[in-house]
Design a protein around this ligand. Structure first.
Ligand SMILES: Nc1ncnc2c1ncn2[C@@H]1O[C@H](COP(=O)(O)OP(=O)(O)OP(=O)(O)O)[C@@H](O)[C@H]1O
Ligand SMILES: [Mg+2]
Length: 288
């Protein structure tokens, strides 16, 4: 019989009852924890819903004589990081990265999070786990590799619930916000030498009212202007791909000419380097 209890950070996902049993969760029955339908590799992402909203979603409510099933929208997102920290200092270091991101991008461009440390005792011993209570961002994933066509933003908003009369204004707002976002990232790079991870699918979300939000806020990577290609803890060249994403936002959405005399792009977007990065990406996807 296998009597070792699996650490939650190794589990593929957590069920509602598993979440409620966690020693750091207070089961108040007012809230429902539900696995979010999108996920990443580094955290468990759970929706925190009002129990009454979930009842309306499943049993429906009568509105003007018709039974409707309104989707329960998360009040917050709970993020439980899978990272193993050696000690408290290492966790504080991680939280500092989030604060750096908040300082440079500001609350308008990231999904704000209250980062907190818990003493997880589920495996029988005390362990430090980093969690975040994050604002829920509703919107479309901005996929940097799907920005095809000059009218990308217009097409995106057309296919949403945006009324026709507001389309042009919405597109303009989104474009302006993306321009500010790019500027802020560039400022962060030049002042700190770090870039947030823009590479992961779903890290950037465009909201229906034209705001751009970085939701994956626990990942920032150091930029080194030399010929070695850094790979992250998952063996992914996230630094190079993040710089490439920045260039795609400038080129495809802002319709700017990418200047190859720009020191950042000269190093990161050289032909030889991009070939090596593609090979590393391939290896990463093979290993999944
Ligand atoms: N606050 C949020 N609001 C809406 N969607 C979110 C939020 N946080 C995360 N998501 C979505 O959940 C998915 C996983 O998020 P994220 O990329 O942050 O996961 P991760 O496991 O921490 O990181 P990694 O990308 O490194 O594997 C993404 O598709 C993202 O869009
Ligand atoms: Mg991600």
């Amino acid at each position: 019989m296998n009597d070792t209890i699996q650490d939650i950070r190794d589990q593929a996902y957590l069920t509602e009852s598993e979440v409620l049993k966690l020693n750091f969760i207070n089961d108040s029955s007012r809230y429902i924890f539900r696995k979010y339908y999108r996920s990443g590799l580094r955290s468990h992402i759970l929706e925190i819903l009002l129990a009454e909203d979930v009842i309306k979603e499943t049993q429906g409510e009568i509105t003007e004589g018709i039974r409707m099933f309104p989707r329960a929208k998360p009040k917050k997102m709970l993020r439980i990081l899978r990272t193993r920290f050696k000690n408290k200092e290492a966790v504080f270091q991680e939280i500092k990265k989030y604060q750096l991101l908040l300082k440079f991008l500001g609350p308008d461009f990231i999904a704000e999070s209250e980062e907190f440390i818990v003493d997880y005792t589920g495996t029988g011993k005390s362990q430090i786990v980093l969690c975040g209570l994050q604002e829920y961002i509703e919107g479309e994933i901005l996929d940097p590799w799907g920005l095809g066509g000059k009218n990308f933003l217009l097409d995106l908003f057309k296919s949403s619930t945006c009324p026709d009369s507001q389309l042009a204004a919405r597109v303009e707002k989104a474009r302006k916000n993306i321009a500010i976002f790019v500027k802020k990232i560039r400022q962060m790079i030049s002042d700190t030498g770090y870039i947030p991870d823009l590479a992961g699918f779903g890290n950037l979300i465009l909201t229906i009212d034209g705001n751009l939000k970085l939701v994956d806020i626990n990942n920032i990577v150091e930029i080194k202007l030399n010929n070695s290609i850094p790979i992250d803890d998952k063996r992914y060249p996230s630094c190079d791909v993040s710089v490439e994403v920045l260039s795609l936002l400038e080129k495809d959405i802002l319709q700017k000419n990418i200047q190859m005399d720009d020191p950042l792009y000269r190093v990161f977007l050289s032909r030889e380097r991009k070939i090596k990065v593609k090979a590393l990406e391939k290896q990463f996807y093979k290993s999944l």
